[in-house]
Design a protein. Structure first.
Ligand code: NAD
Ligand code: UDP
Length: 316
């Protein structure tokens, strides 16, 4: 017998990750209630879904309560790129804290599982490497990244308190740098910046000496991890690191993008932003063991798809 379609709320569903997650849920037969205030998300990301009978768009700011009916909630609403979350830091913190309280209240009323899109930023500038989930982090509470980092840490606290106090079925995902088509063209994140600069033949802006490291996960792999985490038993709360453990320097990322695009852009060095983490790599042993998940997309394959997306965007 065919399984009944589930109704799933995706907050931040018009954003980069949320739109890919919505695609995946629709493809498997679910109904999607996309809740977004278009702070950083766009209608273009979900244009292909707007007429779909199982997709519904609700323009709403999660810092205000909302009343909907659903079987599960993926809570992704929050600006994610440094220039976006630093644009209005108070709103960023409100989105993480007030937004999580509203979404947790909704999940409690409905008694449904709720997944929090947390972040590797909860580890701050980590002194433990690679990062495991039991590391408490090294976060500046008063810096320019704090609205995001501390907001996400407070959100995790709220999720665990709702779990302990109300028995809520929570799933806390600590997402590491993820890239792919539909990254915002002006979000200033390294993958989109480098690709756009290379395609436009303008200098590649390397912050600092480029020796800082990151580990990049392709969006399709991340979406599979979200689904696997949501499908776990109620006792699986996380936190659980989701990301690609293949670590590289930002300089080598620049060189790879130059090679894949065939660009002759020069590399220019710019000052390193305040509190920019020196190194980041997830230890994903827990995800492997509990979700039977690990990323399968090679960096060059994922970058090639992302480059094709930006090429199309620029030519349009
Ligand atoms: P994004 O900016 O593309 O998407 C965020 C979405 O949330 C946007 O559509 C935006 O309009 C919406 N939003 C923001 N504030 C809102 C509010 N108050 N009410 C309703 N909607 C609101 O970012 P993304 O990369 O897709 O990130 C999605 C989630 O994953 C975020 O919570 C982010 O913190 C987390 N995350 C992403 C990454 C990454 O590498 N992409 C890494 C770690 C964590
Ligand atoms: N970065 C860079 N040039 C850019 C954009 C970013 O060298 O044009 C660096 C940035 O300083 C950081 C890394 O790339 O060390 C990743 O930056 P991003 O903003 O993508 O994400 P995050 O710092 O949140 O991991």
């Amino acid at each position: 017998m065919k399984a009944l379609a589930k109704r799933i709320i995706v907050t931040g569903g018009a954003g980069f990750l949320g739109s890919h997650l919505s695609d995946r849920l629709i493809a498997q037969g679910d109904e999607v209630l996309c809740v977004d205030n278009f702070y950083t998300g766009t209608k273009a990301n979900i244009a292909h879904l707007l007429q779909h009978p199982r997709f519904e768009l609700i323009r709403h700011d999660v810092t205000f309560p909302l009343y909907l009916e659903a079987d599960a909630i993926y809570h992704l609403a929050c600006p994610a790129a440094p220039i976006h979350y630093q644009h209005d830091p108070v709103q960023t913190l409100k989105t993480s804290v007030h937004g999580s309280i509203n979404i947790l209240g909704l999940a409690k009323r409905l008694n449904v599982p709720v997944l929090q899109a947390s972040t590797s930023e909860v580890y701050g500038n980590p002194v433990v490497h690679p990062q495991t989930e039991d590391y408490w982090g090294n976060v500046n509470p008063i810096g320019i990244r704090s609205c995001y980092d501390e907001g996400k840490r407070a959100a995790e606290t709220l999720f665990f308190d709702y779990h302990r106090q109300h028995g809520l079925n929570i799933k806390v995902a600590r997402i590491f740098n993820t890239y792919g088509p539909r990254m915002h063209i002006n979000d200033g994140r390294v993958v989109s910046n480098f690709i756009l600069q290379a395609l436009e033949g303008v200098p590649i802006t390397l912050y600092g000496d480029g020796a800082q490291t990151r580990s990049f996960c392709y969006v399709d792999d991340m979406v599979e991890a979200f689904l696997a985490l949501m499908a776990t038993e109620a006792h699986e709360t996380g936190p659980i690191n989701l990301g690609n453990p293949a670590e590289m320097t930002i300089k080598s990322l620049a060189e790879t993008v130059l090679r894949l695009t065939g660009s002759s852009s020069e590399i220019v060095f710019k000052p390193l932003p305040q509190d920019d983490p020196q190194q980041r790599r997830p230890d994903i042993s827990r995800a492997k063991e509990r979700l039977d998940w690990s990323p399968s997309t090679e960096l060059e394959a994922g970058l090639a798809r992302t480059i094709a997306y930006f090429q199309e965007l620029l030519s349009a």
